[in-house]
Write a new protein. Sequence first.
Length: 245
Amino acid sequence: MMLLRGIISAIVLILIWQVIVMVFNLPEYILPSPILVLKSLQQYAGLIFQQSIPTVIEALLGFVLSLLFGVFWALMLVYFRPIRLWFLPALLISQALPTFAIAPLFVIWFGYGIASKIATTCLMLFFPITSSFYDGLRQTPKCYLDLAQTMNATKWQILYRIRIPAALPALGNGLRVAATFAPIGAVIGEWVGASHGLGFLILNANSRMQIDLMFAALLVLIILTLAFYFLIDLLMKRMVFWNYE
């Protein structure tokens, strides 16, 4: 049902877009029509597909690393008070820094290769994953913990069998947010310095006034973002099935 609503919304937006272009008689270099963008997408399909591969790889690697680091640090924040006192403010400060301001430093530190793009993606995804899992671990129902203690459960058993399963719905929310940011983080890294990827293609198309190609690349980026989101949503529904019954 959600997919159907999404398709209907997309069709309505495209129709509005087409009407705006026709009513105001906008030139192609200002706002190309949806038909022109689709023609460009067909014409440059091979190029766009080729440039999409690095962006997908960077987004996936950044997402996986952010998940690993986010889960680890969330556990550290819950179980170690000194880390919580010192690391939590640093975590908040990291989100106050604009990504565009930090991304050039990543290029200097890690070079123009894939590492700087992954670092930029991790910077954007680390906070929503860590904060959501941390909140989920903190909000474990007290009755569950009391019952486990009466049954002489160890700390490891409480963590593995109670705290983590109870925090998975909250983690799922953070992962959905991170999934929408992953391709965007990779593209931002490519804007700062790259020789391939969708971000590189968008910059090149913009500098050459190929606005139809730029919109086609943006359309592919939107499709990738939606695919990431629905994939993570499907996986979380399978993993946390009890939360959707």
